[in-house]
Design a protein around this ligand. Structure first.
Ligand code: S3P
Ligand code: PEP
Length: 431
């Protein structure tokens, strides 16, 4: 059944005091997605230890399987991939997954045969044309009448590659989608971004993982990334906990003045963690790395914030929720959410009584007392996280649907409720 067709209403649990919990989160969505693609392009076998099993990742694995890759996910903790010649015909439904829509077309260009892509109406309206144009310039034949999905990639088993210019300001995934498959292009790739700034943290993660896989990557020039052609060999990937998925749990400590430990937080990581913790610190959080993981302590108050969020776009909905209960107004800009997501966030927060306005690039939020109401999540997991955070201190926050959290964390409602009730999620233990 397609994701988005099951709706599960949910009343966010209210915290009776400071939350103290230890949480073990599943693997990073961004790392699991990249490891799957790189494994499919590597000679021989690869393993993924502690991957994320969630909707977007199942779609990525399914897309690779449809093109011939052997992907075994029987063991939750250790997936096995074996690359095989990529081939069509195949049909790939990306549902709402931007990463699947942007990462797999270049892989499909390397397949022998036709690969068609389609997805939910909402994903069709997300920017795709710059990637389609760039892939065509690199020698891939694509039929995409609307400049977006549905589209057909007519692979011939090889891609010429070379130098290409792209305006990737709409999404860093447009660059990552070109780089990830480029070791297999005859000439590799040189991608030059021109236009308004593109958020870099997830491109840095792509570069980090390409290098770990053995690729030659040059990112020494601003807005230019070059990947050398060459065969990758299979390897063992250890997937770190999802630090983007940690944001609502960290926020829970902040709004209740408690302490939440995210177990296994990596001391060094390619995920965009530094910027994220910097922003949370400015809003009053007190993060500390301990041998067990990252402990976020709430200082008892949440501060308003004026900040460019372009490095942490995924965190915007939860940061907006924090801003709505802060001690001063906030201006969050560079949020990169796209007009639909900004509008949905404004409507949802307004329904809860917040004074919030949105524009093309950001949100202005002036705190005032909030109230319980129905919050429409618009099938957006990160909006659901935002409502859950507000529900910790505001009674009767009713989400019209919490099933959308399955996109990146299927157990979210249970994990969240356990945390609020004073228990511990994932592996247990107390702080
Ligand atoms: O490459 C990735 O794994 C991601 C890149 C970011 O996309 P944008 O650059 O479009 O914000 C992020 O928001 C998304 O959730 C995951
Ligand atoms: C929008 C998201 O992901 P994607 O771009 O992969 O759909 C997200 O995880 O918030």
């Amino acid at each position: 059944m397609p994701y988005g067709s099951v709706h599960l209403p949910w009343t966010a649990p209210t915290a009776s005091g400071p939350i103290r919990a230890v949480i073990r989160l599943p693997g990073s969505k961004s790392m699991t997605a990249r490891a799957l693609v790189l494994a499919a392009l590597s000679l021989g076998a690869s393993t993924l230890r502690a991957p994320l099993r969630a909707r977007d990742i199942e779609l990525m694995a399914g897309g690779l399987r449809a093109m011939g890759t052997h992907v075994s996910t029987v063991d939750d903790n250790l997936w096995l991939l074996r690359s095989r010649p990529l081939r069509g015909p195949a049909r790939i439904d990306v549902e709402t997954a931007g990463t699947v829509m942007r990462f797999l077309p270049a892989v499909a260009g390397l397949a022998d045969g036709e690969v068609t892509f389609d997805g939910d109406p909402r994903v069709r309206s997300r920017p795709m044309a710059p990637l389609i144009g760039a892939l065509c310039a690199l020698g891939v034949r694509i039929d995409a009448t609307g400049g977006t999905l549905p589209m057909t990639v007519r692979g011939i088993g090889r891609v010429r590659g070379g130098t290409v210019t792209i305006d990737a300001s709409a999404s860093s995934q447009l660059v990552s989608g070109l780089l990830l498959a480029a070791t297999e292009f005859d000439r590799g790739v040189v991608v030059r971004h021109v236009g308004p700034p593109v958020p870099k943290p997830h491109i840095a993660l792509t570069v980090h993982m390409l290098r770990a896989a053995g690729a030659g990557v040059d990112d020494s020039r601003p807005d230019v990334w070059a990947v050398e052609p060459g065969r990758l060999t299979g390897r063992a990937w250890d997937i770190e906990p999802d630090l983007s998925g940690a944001v609502p749990f960290l926020a829970a400590a902040m709004v209740t003045g408690g302490a939440v430990t995210i177990e296994g937080w990596p001391p060094a990581t390619g995920q965009p963690a530094g910027h994220l913790l910097g922003v949370l610190r400015r809003m009053g959080g007190e993060p500390a790395l301990t041998p067990r993981g990252l402990v976020m302590r709430g200082s008892g108050g949440v501060h308003g914030l004026t900040a460019d969020l372009s490095g942490v776009t995924e965190a915007t909905p939860v940061l907006a929720a924090l801003a709505a209960v802060a001690d001063a107004p906030s201006h969050l800009y560079g949020v990169g959410l796209g007009p639909d997501r900004i509008a949905a966030l404004v409507t949802g927060l307004t329904a809860l009584g917040a004074d919030v306005t949105g524009d093309a690039d950001g949100l202005r939020i002036r705190p005032r007392p909030l109230r319980g109401a129905t919050f429409r999540t618009h099938d957006d997991h990160r909006l659901a996280h935002a409502a859950a955070v507000i529900g910790l201190t505001v009674g009767d926050v009713r989400l019209d649907d919490v099933a959308c959290t399955a996109k990146t964390l299927p157990g979210f409602p249970r994990l969240w409720s356990t945390m609020v009730q004073g228990g511990n999620g994932g592996t247990g233990g107390t702080d």
